[in-house]
Unconditional design. Structure first.
Length: 149
């Protein structure tokens, strides 16, 4: 399958990925969150491998807090991919997060985030989390304040 090249002047997926990865979050590193791909501004896919320290009392089940963090991380990456090259952009802060857990995750969790709507000061995102088999495990919405210089 071939992908459509970006429009002239549009950032490439490599540029968008570098934009997100140039602003490392130590907490992501602690949990093991990784960028899978960022295909276009406002879209990001991240993954969180399952490992015992991230489990619940049932060690094989990924803790809901880890899933909520992955949702926040993926949504934040989508925001950075969309506005991170704006010279006035100074970051974002989570204002609200809502997570609905649908199924337990016992493998890696993969989160796909998209911006629903954004302005200079706010970003509204939606995230789907799936397990390694592709089963929907959680959905979330995250609202951000876009911080300007």
């Amino acid at each position: 399958m071939t992908s459509t090249p970006p429009a002239p002047g549009a950032p490439t997926p490599e540029t968008l990925r570098a934009r997100v990865e140039s602003r490392p979050v130590p907490f992501w590193q602690t949990l093991g969150i990784e960028v899978v791909r960022i295909d276009e501004p406002g879209h990001a896919v991240l993954r969180l491998p399952m490992r015992p320290p991230l489990g619940t009392r049932r060690a094989e089940v990924l803790h809901g807090g880890a899933i909520a963090t992955l949702i926040d991380a993926a949504a934040g990456a989508a925001i950075i991919a969309a506005v991170g090259d704006d010279p006035d952009y100074a970051g974002q802060a989570t204002l609200d997060i809502n997570v609905s857990y649908l199924n337990a995750v016992t493998t890696e969790a993969i989160a796909e985030a998209r911006i629903l709507r954004s302005s200079r000061t706010f970003g509204f995102t939606q995230v789907e989390v799936r397990d390694a088999a592709g089963a929907l495990a959680a959905v979330g919405r995250v609202t951000y304040s876009i911080i300007r210089k």
